[in-house]
Write a protein of this length. Structure first.
Length: 202
């Protein structure tokens, strides 16, 4: 009889412990979901603050006297209406090789006009921007291109999208105001990518 009571007591205690464990797992899962939501919100808010910013890559530091000069040369070559008063602030980024330039624009229109004209850069060389630059400077030059200033997470998604594009799984990939879009067919509609899973599930 004592053995039966002991067994019943043990079963009751086990059931109670199991419930406590399940409750704890539920709370942890809820907390992890809340943390993920907060991280996602923070990332989107941070990306929003970068809405007016662009990065300029491939221009050697020795080619220009100021970052503003380099930006205006690019804008002039691309026939994009940007003036010095449109640039709120600009400086060099601590990147490998030729240091990229980042610029924050006063107006969204000025930033967008310049960013949309970036496709013309495929036909632009450093000599077109700075014809008087030295041979040594021209040798340092790589492909000149403009990117939006993306957060780490958005940059990771963009990098993965470009990988899939190079592998032939996507036709094109680009960002606009921090939102990433891709096309799977030449005549297909742009697909908005919010999370990395959206891209992987295409």
């Amino acid at each position: 009889m004592d053995l039966k009571k002991q067994l019943t007591k043990s079963r009751t205690q086990f059931a109670a412990r199991e419930k406590q464990l399940n409750d704890a797992k539920k709370r942890i899962n809820e907390q992890q979901e809340e943390i993920a939501e907060l991280y996602d919100l923070q990332d989107h808010l941070e990306q929003y603050t970068r809405k007016y910013s662009l990065e300029f890559h491939g221009i050697p530091e020795s080619a220009y006297n100021s970052t503003e000069e380099a930006i205006l040369k690019v804008a002039e070559t691309l026939e994009a209406p940007v003036s010095l008063s449109d640039i709120e602030i600009s400086h060099k980024l601590n990147t490998w090789g030729n240091k990229a330039i980042i610029a924050k624009f006063i107006s969204h229109k000025a930033k967008t006009n310049l960013y949309r004209a970036r496709t013309k850069l495929k036909n632009v060389k450093l000599a077109d921007l700075f014809p008087n630059s030295s041979y040594a400077t021209k040798v340092q030059s790589t492909r000149i291109f403009i990117n939006e200033n993306l957060t780490f997470y958005h940059r990771h998604i963009m990098s993965r999208a470009n990988e899939k594009r190079r592998d032939g799984k996507l036709v094109s990939a680009w960002s606009m105001d921090g939102t990433i879009y891709v096309k799977t067919l030449p005549d297909g509609r742009p697909i908005k990518i919010i999370e990395l899973e959206d891209l992987e599930n295409l």
